[in-house]
Design a protein around this ligand. Structure first.
Ligand SMILES: NC(=O)C1=CN([C@@H]2O[C@H](COP(=O)(O)OP(=O)(O)OC[C@H]3O[C@@H](n4cnc5c(N)ncnc54)[C@H](O)[C@@H]3O)[C@@H](O)[C@H]2O)C=CC1
Ligand SMILES: O=C(O)[C@@H]1CCC=N1
Length: 271
């Protein structure tokens, strides 16, 4: 991929995952600048050779690609501070949840090439999943760069309708947290039943990794078949799954993901 100069506005959890993932894939640290007002966060990037700055405007002016990575609540202030920058030749990538391309255009009127990306933190270990959306006017070269950038740290999937980015947030951005929650609950249960936290973690992480690898490497098997292959009639797994069913796990998961989408739709109106 081309090594364009990239400036990240906001050096928090998601920027760290993407930038450290990019460095692991050989993206030159000298081509990346991270802006934040938090010195502790900036130090994490500086120690890996990434350029750091507290001067957003100056750094953005020098960059070919700008990644907006502040919380949606901070979008307006962050963009206001960039109002003197001419974005017309730049690619503007927003990883912010719920901030529409229309809103971004209103905040930064000179930005004509906007790509929205909904990544997730597994980008840190090159296993990210990112949904992408670009309005029709965005030039092909910039769309390709955005895709290559995210492909360097995981897999990507374009959506045609911007409204689908709400659902994508439930599917990529937020979803690692669902699995972490499940693992936390499993660890607590196993600890309560006598394993040490470390033993529990080893059992859980290897079982999760193995299950995910089976899903990836055996695409001919549906999730249902994979589950059924573990579940002996009248056996131990069936006893466990009966409890999940009794507590309506599927319905709980659906409600949780609907809440994620609804909150994204609400945030789109708020910020
Ligand atoms: N954390 C995640 O798993 C994911 C987050 N996102 C999106 O990424 C964005 C960032 O999320 P996180 O990294 O989790 O948040 P975070 O709170 O960890 O990082 C945000 C950073 O922005 C900095 N900041 C705020 N205003 C600034 C400004 N004007 N100039 C420079 N830096 C500024 C803050 O000091 C902070 O370090 C959000 O919009 C979120 O919706 C998207 C997908 C996944
Ligand atoms: O929780 C959030 O709002 C952000 C967006 C997706 C993941 N984290």
């Amino acid at each position: 991929m081309q090594h364009k100069s990239i400036c990240f506005i906001g050096g928090g959890n998601m920027t760290q995952a993407i930038v450290f993932g990019l460095l692991k894939q050989g993206y030159p640290a000298a081509h990346i600048t991270v802006c934040d007002h938090n010195e502790t966060k900036l130090a994490l990037f500086a120690e890996r050779g990434v350029q750091i700055s507290t001067n957003n405007e100056q750094s953005v002016k020098q960059a070919e690609v700008v990644v907006l990575a502040v919380k949606p609540q901070a979008a307006e202030a962050a963009c206001a501070a960039l109002s003197a920058v001419d974005f017309s030749d730049k690619l503007l990538i927003s990883i912010m949840a719920a901030i529409s391309s229309q809103r971004l255009t209103a905040l930064l009127p000179s930005a004509h090439n906007i790509v929205r990306v909904m990544p997730n933190t597994p980008a840190l270990v090159s296993e990210g999943m990112a949904g992408l959306f670009a309005p029709t006017n965005v030039v092909a070269e910039f769309k390709q760069f955005a895709q290559e950038l995210l492909s360097a740290v995981g897999k990507t999937c374009w959506v045609e309708q911007e409204s689908d980015m709400h659902v994508v947030t439930a599917a990529s951005g937020s979803s690692p947290a669902y699995f972490f929650l499940f693992m936390e609950a499993m660890q607590q249960a196993l600890s309560n039943m006598g394993l040490t936290e470390q033993q529990a973690r080893e059992f859980i992480q290897q079982s999760a990794l193995g299950a995910a690898k089976m899903v990836v490497e055996k695409p001919q098997f549906s999730f249902t078949t994979l589950r059924e292959n573990v579940t002996s009639k009248g056996g131990t797994t069936a006893a466990a799954l009966a409890i999940f069913e009794q507590h309506q796990l599927a319905s709980t998961v659906e409600q949780a993901m609907q809440a994620c989408v609804a909150r994204s739709q609400e945030m789109e109106k708020l910020f």
